[in-house]
Design a protein around this ligand. Structure first.
Ligand SMILES: [Zn+2]
Length: 527
């Protein structure tokens, strides 16, 4: 038999050193390659090869588009004045009246706290300014923008923060950001395609070969109601570099009639698509952010006796939507961060499964940030998938510890105990909320050090092998894709990352690099 390509001289955990690819799939391994002829051969020079990384929760379109926005992350902004300076520098490059959009500030890491509209007014007079919090759950706008908003009709599940005099500070939280929708939505399809192309190139350089996009179409995370068309165009133009499973915002689903229930037009639901582009779960928001202290908690945040957060979607509506989507055959992925939100979502899943039992539903709780021990038992018993982000412990961990206080720290972004409870654990970043390179995420799943160096939840540390398994097989499972990707087995798609060192060795985690990435058997990136 003649194959397309034989990769040889590699080190793989499974022991083999040679791999043959035909039509994008692994058709022979190790001794099985002997005797095959190939159109080409690639010598990997003894490098380590792992299954391609798979980010189970990211916002690729948003990240790609955001590469062109003013970067306000803690790496560049230490003081709130640094935010204002960055906005002023962008203003100097643009004609007056233009929009200036910044992203990535974190008030927990900024001397001076949240930016204010007055500060933004001074930084860029005559411009329309919007700066987004790193969690994407909050935005600060300047007065010129604020004056154009319908503040008499703030959507439920959000708020416009007021100063001591009762006048808006410019900070819009959670669903209040929807007031900005007329200015930012829909994003032009060509802009989305361009963002996907840019993001793909970066993802491939980080060893990523598959992603799950955590919400297209609408809600707070969607770019355009025809977002699937942007992905399809990107694929047709061969600029979509990574396999993409697209969660669909619950706001895009509707009653279909004809006894088909609830879903997208034509009755499309989870699983439709091919090896490159598929419809994934329905994405639903229960509550908000832990570092932003808006998520729904059973007990108040540390030091804020009257703040227990709130729901973005009312509890009865959550239960109704989950029931309808479950009944219609969707996988469901619900964003729930606070322990009260998690309790309510567990109730809703439990009720839906009791009414319409379904094996292998793989319903998910995204982030699952404050998980009480009894609720973990319940989650595992229902066969649910918790989808926490290892990197959050590093970049957001200090703010999360401050919000929870010492009594609740052990419940925060649990990993090891989720595995111990018998669940499959995916790996993900929620990029652009934090950095998304999987090797960073894997190191953080093992280390669990906050950016100030504190150890957060030491019992939740994974071994490097467990973290790697999460970022490959675990994520594939969470997308119903484990029969095609996530391990390097015979018959699977030939997606892999070539690394400078063995990532299952703890001591290598700080300096292991991606040398090359193959998707569908073809090297799509070489360092
Ligand atoms: Zn997300």
């Amino acid at each position: 038999m003649q194959v397309d390509v034989i990769y040889e001289n590699m080190q793989v955990d499974g022991g083999f050193s040679t791999l043959a690819v035909l039509h994008g799939r692994i058709v022979a391994l190790g001794d099985g390659v002997a005797g095959l002829t190939a159109r080409s051969r690639v010598d990997l020079g003894g490098a380590f090869v792992v299954p391609g990384f798979h980010d189970a929760h990211n916002h690729m379109a948003h990240f790609g588009i955001g590469l062109g926005e003013v970067q306000l992350g803690a790496d560049v902004c230490k003081h709130v004045d640094d935010v204002y300076d960055a906005v002023a520098r962008r203003a100097a490059e643009l004609p007056p009246g233009s929009w200036i959009v910044g992203r990535g500030y974190d008030q927990n890491k900024l001397v001076g706290g949240h930016p204010t509209r007055h500060g933004l007014d001074r930084a860029a007079p005559g411009y329309l300014v919007r700066v987004k919090h790193t969690s994407e759950h909050m935005t600060v706008v300047n007065t010129a923008v604020l004056d154009q908003l319908d503040l008499a009709n703030v959507p439920p599940g959000g708020d416009v923060v007021l100063d001591a005099d009762g006048s808006p500070t410019g900070l819009l939280r959670e669903q209040a950001q929807l007031l900005l929708r007329p200015f930012s939505y829909p994003v032009d399809v060509e802009t989305v395609v361009d963002g996907l192309a840019k993001a793909s190139r970066q993802y491939l350089s980080e060893g990523i070969t598959s992603v799950q996009e955590a919400g297209i179409g609408g809600g707070l995370v969607g770019q355009t109601p025809i977002e699937l068309a942007a992905y399809q165009l990107a694929r047709e133009r061969e600029v979509l570099g990574v396999r993409s499973t697209l969660m669909v915002s619950s706001t895009m689903l509707h009653e279909l009639g004809h006894n088909t229930g609830f879903g997208l037009d034509l009755g499309l639901h989870t699983g439709f698509g091919d090896d490159w582009l598929r419809i994934g779960a329905m994405k639903l928001f229960a509550d908000g952010s832990l570092v932003g202290r808006t998520c729904a908690m059973h007990e108040p945040f540390a030091g804020e006796a009257d703040n227990v957060g709130y729901f973005q979607t009312p509890e009865d509506e959550l239960a109704r939507t989950i029931l309808a989507a479950h009944r219609a055959g969707w996988q469901i992925a619900t964003h729930a961060i606070g322990d009260r939100a998690i309790s309510v979502v567990l109730d809703a899943y439990e009720a839906a499964l009791a009414k319409y039992p379904r094996a292998d539903h793989r319903h998910r709780i995204e982030h699952c940030a404050v998980l009480q021990p009894d609720e973990l038992t319940r989650l595992a018993g229902l066969g649910l998938i918790a989808s926490p982000q290892g990197r959050f412990v590093n970049e957001l961990g200090d703010g999360m510890r401050a919000a929870l206080g010492p009594e609740r720290e052990a419940w925060c972004y649990r990993l090891r105990s989720v595995l111990d409870a018998g669940c499959v654990l995916p790996g993900s970043s929620d990029r652009p909320v934090v950095q998304g390179a999987p090797l960073l995420g894997i190191a953080d799943m093992v280390r669990r050090r906050t950016s100030s160096g504190e150890l957060l939840g030491p019992d939740e540390r994974l071994t490097p092998r467990q973290a790697l398994r999460a970022y490959t097989h675990g994520s594939a499972y969470a997308a119903f894709r484990e029969h095609d990707v996530g391990t390097l087995d015979l018959g699977k798609l030939a997606d892999f990352a070539v690394l400078s060192a063995d990532p299952t060795v703890d001591a290598n985690l700080d300096d292991v690099r991606v040398l090359a990435t193959a998707v569908h058997g073809t090297l799509a990136y070489e360092a």
